[in-house]
Design a protein around this ligand. Structure first.
Ligand code: SF4
Ligand code: SF4
Ligand code: SF4
Length: 587
């Protein structure tokens, strides 16, 4: 612990570590401070001025998020002057905001709405809502800038976390808005559809594209066999939507709730993750033995695939050709499982529950269809599933726990690791090592690739053959790694890339959180599933995986596996003018 400072809040003495901001020190000591533009994952800018406090000796009110505590500092958080200023600043924002809460996806989860209620803010100024056409161009995102409060969190998320700067503030004063360059629709930019801007937006101005209504219609009509699958990261986060702490594991309740919604089968995307390891691991070993493009990159993150195709297409051949786990599972539901239940692929609807907005965009890829029938029909985010559960009044935590359906519901701890950065690498190494060397791994945990460091590296010895591996997560770190790779500064044989900070646990479709430790908490839960909850910990030991190869797929990389479980990528690097022309032509 560093140097301790004394400071006073509303007349009482407290201590904090030197270097902390007033906001951090107040929160650490249990004080409530309203915030809007502040988010613990981003730099602090103090632009919304709702976190203002009074500091003795300072003429003006100070923003708690940008002011550092000094020894002996005297702070008032609840003086009349502070309360008046917070209410005034909120009222100014409210004057520009439409009163559409009842029809807004963010209703009940909107930080702005919560503050308006908490401070009992009424219209103090004439309503002057900015009219701006909603941007529905993206298959992943919906942007309604009339609801924007100019907090800038989306701009900073895209720049600081993702290194992409797709959004920036344009215009001045009242007209200021965070938009893509030249006000183009977002689909005409290099946006990778990661959705980090949507999960960090405190209002309903940027949300995922809301596909839950389409799924609700399908559940009501029920003219198809309805199959749902849930991704590894959803089970350690969805409980947050019902008020639980991040990292609460709720597998059994989630499966039970999905059945109550009316799905006929609930399968586990973790089965698809085990299959991914069999196919991707075998592809790595094949490249090692028979030659191929190195480094080989993992391919299960569609945000990363977008980034590669749009900005680094020179690596197209380096990507594993393995489809993402939910696409693999979808392809098997519409072939292997369809045969088992005597249905045609088009008579089955597959809905994937994902932590991910990029997976909504992934569905639009032509190469993920067989005879015009998509592997997966709809992707809902963790937030959308929670919305459906709430809309149906399903008592999430009082449900008796239920298990996934078979045979596509059995999985291993290795598959559970896919949720966190480093997890795909660890799962792949567990299998690749044993398949290559024929020996049992002395230790299953690969600690070098765990944790939240932006770029991690390690070396694995496969019977004397040294394999250099790296892991990167969050667009900024990914771009740093790729630039080093391009310049020849580093060399690796195998690289795991996840577009979102922390990997899928921090996906753009996960419950919104302002808990500074949310990723650590969700990550801890992922490792608990692997080491304490799931009896098997290696993908190649999954009995259901062995069975499907015996019964149907023959072996990894077989002709049938290639047909069903592998895909290809394209060069989508374009100048913005070409992208806009293409967008206009398509729409
Ligand atoms: S989806 Fe990702 S890349 Fe696109 S604007 Fe949002 S943060 Fe940026
Ligand atoms: S779109 Fe959302 S995150 Fe971005 S500035 Fe507006 S309110 Fe803030
Ligand atoms: S890291 Fe996970 S949640 Fe984020 S874009 Fe990739 S697959 Fe989706």
């Amino acid at each position: 612990m560093g140097e301790l400072l004394k400071f006073y809040v509303n007349g009482k003495e407290y201590t904090t570590e030197a270097g902390k901001t007033v906001l951090e020190a107040l929160k650490d000591n249990g004080f409530y401070v309203p915030t809007l533009c502040y988010h613990p994952a981003l730099s602090a800018v103090g632009s919304c001025r709702v976190c203002v406090v009074e500091i003795e000796g300072a003429r003006n009110l100070s923003t708690a998020c940008t002011t550092k505590v000094t020894d002996g500092m005297k702070i008032q958080t609840n003086s009349e002057r502070v309360k008046r200023a917070v209410k005034f600043n909120l009222a100014l924002l409210l004057s520009k905001h439409p009163n559409e809460c009842m029809n807004c996806f963010a209703d009940g989860r909107c930080e702005f709405q919560a503050l308006i209620n908490r401070y009992n803010v009424e219209d103090m100024f004439p309503k002057n809502v900015r009219e701006y056409p909603a941007d529905e161009s993206s298959p992943s995102l919906f942007r309604d800038m009339s609801k924007c409060i100019n907090c800038g969190r989306c701009v900073r998320a895209c720049e600081e976390l993702q290194g992409l700067s797709i959004l920036s503030f344009v215009e001045r004063g009242y007209e200021t808005l965070p938009l893509p360059a030249f006000g183009f629709p977002i689909a005409a930019t290099d946006c990778i559809n990661c959705g980090q801007c949507s999960s960090i937006c405190p209002t309903g101005a940027i949300t995922e594209r809301q596909d839950y209504r389409r799924v609700l219609d399908a559940l009501e009509k029920h003219d198809k066999v309805l199959v749902c699958q849930t991704a590894p990261a959803v089970r350690v986060a969805i409980a947050e939507e019902f008020g639980a702490e991040p990292g609460t594991i709720s597998i059994g309740q989630m499966v039970a709730a999905i059945r109550r919604l009316g799905f006929d089968y609930v399968f586990d995307t973790n089965f698809g993750a085990d299959l991914t390891i069999m196919e991707e691991g075998s592809e790595l070993l094949d490249r090692i033995k028979n030659g191929g493009r190195f480094p080989m990159f993992t391919s299960c993150c569609p945000g990363w695939v977008n980034l590669m195709e749009k900005l680094y297409p020179e690596y197209t051949e380096n990507l594993s050709s393995a489809k993402s786990p939910h696409e693999m599972l979808g392809a098997l539901v519409k072939s292997y499982f369809a045969e088992k239940i005597g249905k045609k692929p088009e008579d089955i609807m597959v809905v994937s529950i994902m932590p991910c907005t990029a997976k909504k965009d992934e569905l639009t890829r032509e190469q993920l269809r067989a005879n015009g029938v998509p592997d997966v029909d709809a992707v809902l985010t963790t937030r959308e599933l929670a919305k459906l559960i709430k809309m149906n009044g399903i008592p999430f935590f009082s449900l008796p726990e239920e298990e996934y359906d078979q045979p596509l519901g059995i999985s291993t701890g290795a598959a559970a690791l896919f949720a966190a950065t480093g997890g795909v690498m660890e799962a792949a190494l567990r299998t690749a090592y044993e398949l290559y060397t024929g020996k049992e791994l002395p230790k299953l945990d690969f600690n070098e690739v765990r944790g939240l460091e932006g770029i991690k590296e390690s070396e694995v010895d496969l019977n004397g053959k040294k394999i250099k591996v790296a892991v990167a997560h969050g667009g900024s770190n990914v771009i740093t790694l790729l630039e080093k790779l391009k310049s020849g500064e580093v060399y690796y044989d195998f690289i795991e890339i996840m577009a979102c900070p922390g990997g899928c646990i921090g996906g753009g479709g996960q419950p919104k959180s302002t808990d500074p430790n949310v990723l650590e908490k969700r990550m801890k839960a992922v490792y608990r599933i692997d080491s304490e909850i799931t009896p098997l910990r290696k993908s190649h030991e999954n009995p259901a995986i062995k069975k499907i190869y015996e019964e149907y797929l023959e072996h990894p990389l077989s002709h049938k596996s290639h047909h069903l479980l592998h895909t290809h990528y394209t060069n989508r690097k374009k100048r913005i003018v070409e992208r806009v022309k293409e967008f206009v032509k398509d729409s």
